[in-house]
Design a protein around this ligand. Sequence first.
Ligand code: NCD
Length: 329
Amino acid sequence: MRHLLSTRDLSRDEAIHVLDVAENMADVATREVKKLPTLRGRTVVNLFFEDSTRTRISFEAAAKRLSADVINFSAKGSSVSKGESLKDTAQTLEAMGADGVVLRHPASGAPHVLAESGWIDAAIVNAGDGTHEHPTQALLDAFTIRRRLHGGTQRSSDGAAAHGTARGRDLDGVSVVIVGDILHSRVARSNVWLLTTLGAAVTLVAPPTLVPIGIDTWPVDVCFSLDEAIDTVRPDVVMMLRIQAERMSAAFFPNTREYGRVWGLDDARTARLAPDSMVMHPGPMNRGLEISAAAADSARSTVLEQVANGVSVRMAVLYLLLAGQGEGL
Ligand code: NCD
């Protein structure tokens, strides 16, 4: 594959290969000099038409650790706000010699349009398109689950690397509950496809108003009660989603207090989770709404691991798409 547009079209072997390459990249992060010369002379453009903090800086750190030149292009304050089209922007980047374009866009499908347009020759990485997909987020989530379950690379005091057993593994038999605003969540969609491809069992939990139409065709179970899901599924992983207020044109639940009371991961629910289960959140978190501060900061929480792992996974993706002749995914 020349682009990374979605996790839906990744095979199990392709996904495991990306995660294994990310393990190698995570090893680099433990070195004193966290840099590889692999993408020297290549240019990666971060093209962001939507606000983002962690995803943009994560891609920037990943590209820089591979020695690529990085251009950050955010639509605000650029000619896009003067009405320049995606086509003109793409052709400008092509003329500047961009080898990879990391695109975040409020319109679902924008990265596909760019990849198929012929306007630009670069490899396209989807960094979140509307409510559609966010493939690198799902890959970093899968990587985080796999590492917590099977260990990554441990380094002994003499610096020798002892590899854990994570490499080559899928997520067979792992139960994952994804909770919250499924309707507007590209993180949920990318995770549903990727985690089930890797063998995990996924249960979606949401108020009925935040469950997408057509969910019966997804490879998941659906439950409307978080309490019931915690007690019956006994999940290994609880992934909380942010309420996407910016994508809501109507009232999908009575008020935030009511939402938190029924669908939030509060302290009492956290205490009922199995001791070695994980609590995940892609960030940014609404503490006190979908997740309590204690749950977010507990030993179960993988929130900061997700951020660190995001850089390794994005390094792997950029490496596979851009190094050498572009091995592809
Ligand atoms: C997610 C996104 O932008 O889709 N965040 C992220 O990439 N760090 C999730 C969210 O905004 O809720």
